[in-house]
Design a protein around this ligand. Sequence first.
Ligand SMILES: Cc1cc2nc3c(=O)[nH]c(=O)nc-3n(C[C@H](O)[C@H](O)[C@H](O)COP(=O)(O)OP(=O)(O)OC[C@H]3O[C@@H](n4cnc5c(N)ncnc54)[C@H](O)[C@@H]3O)c2cc1C
Length: 369
Amino acid sequence: MKTLSTEILVIGGGAAGLSAAAEAASAGAKVMVIESDLHLGGQLVKQTHKFFGSKDEYAGTRGFKIAEILLNEIESCKDNVEIHENTTVTGFYSEDKTFTAMRGEESFFHIQAQKTIVATGAQERLIPFVNNDLPGVYGAGAVQTLMNVYGVIPGKRVLMVGAGNIGLIVSYQLMQAGVEVAAIVEAAPRIGGYWVHAAKVRRMGVPILLGHSIKRAVGDRTITGAYITGLNEKFEPVGEETFVDCDVICIAVGLSPTTEILSQAGCKMMYVPQLCGLVARRDMSMKTSNPDFFTAGDASGIEEASAAMVEGRIAGLSAASSLGYLTEHGKLDEYWSRLQSLRSGEAGARICQGIECVLVNGWEDGRNG
Ligand SMILES: Cc1cc2nc3c(=O)[nH]c(=O)nc-3n(C[C@H](O)[C@H](O)[C@H](O)COP(=O)(O)OP(=O)(O)OC[C@H]3O[C@@H](n4cnc5c(N)ncnc54)[C@H](O)[C@@H]3O)c2cc1C
């Protein structure tokens, strides 16, 4: 079987992976980016709204435009970057330090890398309810891909489950595409997303039902409706079930970091609720307990594209510098201060608590086992 080799392997071509690749390649390292999707950009290419964050991370720019900016940056150092789209890293075998990869469904090959940056993003969570396997039940990411990448609406009338930023933004985008949103149900007693997004959908007449969830989907071959119910403080169903007329149920109940490759590489992992799941312990350079592996972006904890880009830059810079490439003095400190300012708001306080749990004070000093 063919074996490709590179100095730095970046797994995942989203906000974090592209930033990492650009940073490492501009320092002079040879970088290979592997992306399982048909195109680079990750979540960014589906985001038609203007992003929050800081000026350095393109606040006020639409998500897909940020992806274009990062791709232009990659283009400017293209001699050092090899890109494989439609290719998935399927595993890491520590015995011979080799990755297996698959291009499309036909071609298999091995990859060997001196350093690896795992920027694999996140997976959508789903919830159990009766008939949740009927066609017409979608994750919010799938709805965004259908609408914003392929220009296809998922149906005519949607029940949205989850009032975090993703549930709110996707509801708004559905309405922009001419789809009716019957209601948003949210199990928690408060809205998880930004008020500005909630206010927008409320102004368009969509009820946001707090302390409510879906009980069961109705339909034979496809969705013809759903029953929702109120929840008590223990999240147990209470009161009457209410029927909602809809042909799509969109699940937006959160994301979990995609970290299987880090586990396979033997990196010390930790379950951190504030970062939404199992993540690798890391030092300030985003290096894990396996000195050849770095982590960045949603794979290192669910946050925002702004933080994913800065973490990617830190990982790219650190990986290149660990191979002896000269990197600008003081850049790491600058990136850390950018991260700190991104995490200074109310939502950032929770992230900071999570980071405190996973961050080690350098791997060499023996304090982290
Ligand atoms: C609806 C919505 C709205 C958002 N709004 C904002 C906002 O306003 N502001 C903001 O800052 N952020 C926002 N975000 C969050 C932001 O999009 C993400 O935090 C950011 O894109 C994460 O970047 P990433 O590179 O870590 O992951 P991703 O963008 O998910 O990229 C990971 C990539 O890795 C690839 N991959 C995974 N596994 C493999 C493998 N084994 N082999 C090869 N490739 C693999 C995936 O295909 C994917 O392309 C929003 C997200 C959503 C869903």
